[in-house]
Design a protein around this ligand. Structure first.
Ligand code: B12
Length: 251
């Protein structure tokens, strides 16, 4: 079993008791630079100051924003998720880790969002009604902006009429919705129905994502695309906008 070479971080794996889950999460850490492990550990323990300075240090040392995000911040959040689900930690601790994630993302954002190209199109993005999770949505937004899209961020807990108003106001052809709760996933379908009721469904391509969302669920509710991560959000948006050769330019 690969180890992380970081005693305190190694102890965090004691909380991951499901062998399949442990194998998966260890694969996120395996072979990564100690800096990524330090970032993950600082995120797990909610140390926003350390996360911010380690991410800044990583960028100075030449690590890519994507490396720091995937192998540091998101790897750390995977363990936070398991501890939260298994009642090892509770909402306050997760909020502290979320704050640490945002402290790291603040350094990454200018890089992911820096785009010298002409805007490809406008995307409306929001987390659906009843759902307050925004970390994944915000990552998608950073990547979309970095790929040349103008993004209107509607934030969290977004009602169907707010999505409709934003699409109309900004004459957007692309809409992205995020949901992290099984209880709020159906609200994506309600937004799609609201667009149908207003006679606007044909005007906009709709993509959906978020940890519990699947391709099958997306198809069932009538979305035009499902993306499992921020890179696929960009790929889908480019496909909707008619831009070819998308994946090569985003990786
Ligand atoms: C952080 C977190 C919180 C924070 C959120 C802070 C914030 N500002 O976002 C807080 C503490 C507020 C929170 C609250 C709750 N949470 Co919570 N939370 C999490 C946690 C640990 C991490 C989520 C996260 O940020 N992941 C990292 C990001 C990068 O990943 P992501 O969101 O999946 O996004 C990626 C992709 O999905 C995709 N994507 C996302 N959106 C979109 C959109 C499009 C268009 C596309 C293409 C792609 C895409 O791209 C992103 C980047 O790669 C998850 C566990 C987990 N591992 O998912 C639980 C989790 C989602 N929460 C859960 C629960 C139960 C709750 C609460 C109900 C707890 C409670 N009892 O109060 C509340 C609900 C509050 C509400 N009304 O929304 C459960 C959901 C269970 C379920 N089956 O529904 C989870 C799975 C934890 C668990 N294992 O039990 N939570």
């Amino acid at each position: 079993m690969p180890t992380t070479n970081h005693e305190a971080l190694e102890r965090e794996f004691d909380y991951v008791t499901n062998p399949v889950e442990e194998k998966h999460i260890r694969s996120l850490y395996e072979g990564q630079d100690p800096l990524m492990h330090e970032i993950a550990y600082a995120l797990i323990t909610g140390n926003d100051g350390d996360v911010a300075s380690l991410v800044a240090k990583g960028l100075e040392e030449g690590w890519s924003a994507n490396d720091l995000l995937d192998n540091g911040l998101i790897a750390g959040m995977a363990i936070v998720g398991v501890k939260f689900r298994d009642n090892i930690i509770f909402v306050p601790e997760v909020l502290i880790s979320a704050r640490a994630m945002k402290a790291g993302m603040a350094h990454i954002e200018p890089i992911l969002s820096a785009s010298g190209v002409e805007p490809i199109g406008t995307v409306i993005m929001g987390t659906v009604k009843g759902d307050l999770h925004d970390i994944g949505k915000n990552l998608c937004i950073m990547m979309l902006r970095g790929s040349g899209f103008v993004v209107e961020d509607l934030g969290v807990d977004t009602k169907p009429e707010e999505f409709i108003d934003a699409v109309v106001e900004h004459e957007a052809k692309i809409l992205g919705m995020s949901a992290l709760l099984t209880t709020t996933m159906p609200n994506m379908g309600r937004v799609i129905e609201a667009f149908e009721d207003e006679g606007l469904r044909e005007e906009v391509s709709i993509m959906v994502g978020g940890a519990p969302v699947t391709q099958e669920f997306a198809e069932d509710m009538g979305a035009d695309g499902y993306g499992e991560n921020a890179i696929s959000a960009v790929d889908l948006a480019k496909e909707f906008a008619g831009v070819v050769n998308s994946s090569e330019s985003t990786t």
